[in-house]
Design a protein around this ligand. Structure first.
Ligand code: FAD
Ligand code: NAP
Ligand code: SF4
Length: 686
């Protein structure tokens, strides 16, 4: 066996006795919405086949229910019958054709279900669901255990290499284990031995029904991050009992969905939860998977090299780049399209009942619609077209468009007025906790070299220059200009724009009012209130800020959060009535709001701005006049499209296409900008 020169641990096969995984990369379970496709699961098959082709060692499907009560929402995917087995064979065959391996995750939602048939060990409503669950009778408990066994047997029949039993994140099994949700007084509740009876019986039933030569991963909640969760000793005892009951692999689960600790968002440092797996590793004899915010081969290798786990789970990073493993193996890690943990196109979509994709990879979950290979149908036109194309603006939209066009074989010239690619991402990456955004710029930088885009930085483009350059096709990706609200005194020296603060590093005083509480207003507030760190590492700072106790003194692993003092007093203001920050991302907005609250930021709605002068900002709040005696007023009042070049170019007979902010500034984000770049590139000859 040859040892990989860069990632020797990551690319060491894992021998499970009856089967061998080719490397230590697990694509963790992630519900994408394409599991519910009508008819044959062709789209799901293409999605997993792409990741198998990309060299992933083992993949786990999104959660599939063992019965109707276990559905997360009405008519979600389940595996309970022969007709469903047939649909899944398409998926497993596609994966095996690409020399991959795949497990089906069996998930029973318990009290997290979004339908009225929901059941749980006790009739306690969860804080994140509208329905109170029915308490399960002992008979129903037995039947549910049998359902897990039946689904495992059907998974085997469908060609899966194994199953993962979802025992974490606060779903049904976890609800039995933790005293928080299990208030029963019979054989299934009370003492620890009773609370873990349900997972152990499920484990035994699955092993019995699926046979000895079948991978059974059990995902346990190693850190509940809720009050009255498990103790560390209970976690260890459960893992050891599961090993005895026949589990092949233990996977790490971190935090219940109702926990008020962000565990995978971009503000969570890389590898922030490896310490939990590391504690368990010496105490069990079967392979252990670690997880959460591992998104580069370097991080994964370091974890494995330190002996903290046997395998590394990455779900979103493989959504972002299906070829992650292959690129790392071929020593092309700089070509990996890194997941920036934004949740915008994956989890936020899922929680809004939409199909997932990826902000940095709009092809994710659309493999049958947008194949990875450039549109071959354009070949004839490509051969006959030797005209260069200009893309003006190297922000996310322009980068995506230019690199796609160049990959099609076209001569592409990408212009930007500034000295670096990235547009507004150069400001985003400066926000503490958003450093990952720099990875997208590294990726596109490499892609520019690889695809041969002609990059012209420090080049503010005019219509005349494009006409003189002989361009007949121009893509305008010129982004936005910040909106300047018509407030008396808007020219006062106290007034700064977010660009002054984030791009030009203009010094900011100690008392600050921010006009506009959209995504940028929140980011500027976070930027201005980030305390000086007193901790040895970003992981230690994060764990203290959110009250995660590495010493695991209490049930659930929580401790009192330590809020360091903000260096500034900040008011975040909006005119409209709703909650400040209510339009932020569904799965991350609460964490951004809580961060600012903990730093003492005053968030005010129903504000009217009157005047800015030497005294400060004059305003009314819910009809009450106030004066904010601030050093600076920072304008984050939205954006307007910048497309001054459009008209003169069109008048000169040049075909112009608009993408990103240049097309529409309202509700613009990088997800839309990157997707539009790809869309225009793939239809360039239409
Ligand atoms: P831009 O990024 O604005 O790029 C336009 C480019 O065109 C610029 O580089 C500019 O120099 C160039 N240009 C303009 N005119 C010319 C010309 N005449 N000649 C040459 N070059 C020209 N979005 C998210 O989705 N998630 C986030 O978390 C997020 N956080 C953000 C945080 C901050 C602080 C900021 C400021 C933005 C954030 N955004 C975020 C928004 C995101 O960055 C934008 O939606 C995205 O950058 C828009 O892309 P674009 O390519 O349309 O325009
Ligand atoms: P935004 O989200 O549209 O917010 C603009 C803010 O300005 C709103 O609070 C709005 O609230 C206020 N406003 C609008 N017109 C105003 C006026 N004339 N006078 C005073 N206030 C006014 O825009 P943004 O914050 O500039 O962000 C730009 C884009 O970047 C957004 O679409 C966002 O999606 C994206 N972004 C996303 C994130 C993220 O984390 N996902 C982070 C940063 C940016 P009122 O009208 O109520 O006053
Ligand atoms: Fe990662 Fe964001 Fe893509 Fe989700 S949408 S996979 S978090 S980059």
């Amino acid at each position: 066996m040859t040892v990989h020169p860069l990632y020797p641990h990551l690319f060491t096969p894992l021998d499970l006795g009856f089967t061998t995984l080719k490397n230590r990369i697990l694509m963790g379970s992630m519900h994408t919405g394409i599991e519910e496709e009508k008819g044959e699961l062709r789209r799901l098959a293409a999605y997993f086949a792409a990741r198998a082709r990309g060299g992933t060692g083992l993949m786990v499907t999104g959660g599939i229910a063992p019965n109707r009560q276990g559905w997360l929402a009405p008519f979600r995917a389940k595996l309970t019958s022969g007709s469903e087995v047939k649909k899944h064979r398409v998926v497993t065959a596609a994966v095996h054709d690409e020399d991959g391996k795949i497990c089906l995750q069996i998930l029973h939602a318990g009290r997290y279900a979004m339908h009225p048939l929901l059941v749980a060990p006790s009739s306690l409503r969860s804080p994140i669901s509208p329905f109170r669950p029915w308490e399960m009778s002992p008979r129903l408990i037995r039947a549910t255990i049998a359902d897990f066994g039946r689904t495992a047997a059907l998974a085997r029949e469908a060609g899966y290499d194994g199953v993962e039993i979802m025992g974490s994140e606060g779903y049904l099994i976890n609800q039995f284990i933790a005293p928080r949700t299990n208030k029963r007084r019979d054989d299934w509740g009370g003492a620890f031995e009773n609370r873990i009876r349900f997972p152990l019986e499920i484990m035994r039933a699955v092993r019995e029904k699926a046979g000895p030569d079948f991978i059974v991963i059990f995902r346990i909640s190693m850190l509940d991050l809720v009050d009255d969760g498990s103790t560390w000793d209970e976690v260890v005892a459960l893992a050891q009992a599961l090993e005895k009951a026949g589990a092949s692999i233990i996977n790490t689960g971190i935090g219940w969905h109702e926990a008020r600790v962000p565990t995978i968002a971009t503000m969570v440092p890389r590898g922030a939860y490896t310490w939990v797996s590391k504690r368990l590793k010496p105490l069990i004899g079967i392979p252990l998977i670690t997880t959460n915010r591992i998104n580069t081969p370097e991080t994964a290798e370091a974890i494995l090299a330190a002996g903290d786990a046997d395998m590394v789970s990455m779900a979103r990073p493989l959504l972002a780049d299906p070829d992650f493993a292959r690129k790392a193996f071929e020593k092309r890690a700089d070509e990996i399209n890194t997941c920036i943990a934004c949740n915008q196109a994956c989890l936020d979509q899922i929680f809004a009942n939409k199909t997932a994709s990826c902000l940095v990879n709009p092809r994710a979950c659309k493999e049958t619609i947008l194949p990875a290979q450039p549109a071959q149908t354009s070949n004839f036109k490509l051969q006959t077209s030797n005209l260069p194309i200009a893309v003006v603006g190297a922000g996310p939209a322009g980068l995506s468009c230019a690199t796609e066009l160049a990959a099609l074989g076209l001569e592409v010239h990408l212009f930007d007025a500034s000295g670096a690619i990235g547009g507004q991402f150069n400001m985003a990456k400066k926000i503490p906790g958003k450093e990952e955004f720099a990875e997208t710029l590294r990726y596109f930088g490499r892609l520019i070299e690889k695809t041969g885009v002609h990059l012209h930085l420090n080049t503010p483009v005019t219509a005349e220059a494009l006409i003189a350059g002989g361009f007949r096709e121009v893509v305008l990706a010129t982004g936005i200009v910040p909106r300047t609200p018509a407030i008396e005194g808007i020219d006062h020296p106290k007034v700064l724009s977010y660009i002054d603060v984030l791009q030009h590093d203009t010094p900011v005083g100690e008392k600050v009012a921010i006009i506009g509480a959209g995504g940028i207003g929140f980011d500027v507030a976070a930027f201005l209130t980030t305390p000086e760190t007193v901790y040895a590492s970003p992981i230690a700072a994060y764990l203290h800020e959110w009250g995660v106790d590495e010493s695991y003194q209490n049930r659930g692993g929580l401790m009192k959060p330590a809020h360091a003092k903000s260096p500034r007093q900040v008011w975040l203001l909006q005119r409209s009535k709703g909650k400040v920050g209510e339009r932020l991302g569904k799965t991350t907005g609460w964490a951004h709001r809580l961060t600012l609250k903990n730093r003492g930021v005053q968030s005010w709605n129903e504000v009217q701005y009157h005047k800015i002068d030497d005294a400060g900002l004059h305003l009314t709040v819910k009809g009450e006049p106030k004066l904010l005696d601030v050093d600076h007023v920072i304008i984050c009042a939205g954006q307007e499209p910048q497309r001054a070049l459009q008209l003169p170019l069109e008048q000169a007979g040049i075909r112009v296409r608009l993408i990103g902010g240049a097309k529409l500034a309202t509700e613009l984000d990088a997800k839309r900008a990157i997707a539009e770049g790809l869309e225009v590139a793939t239809h360039i000859f239409d």
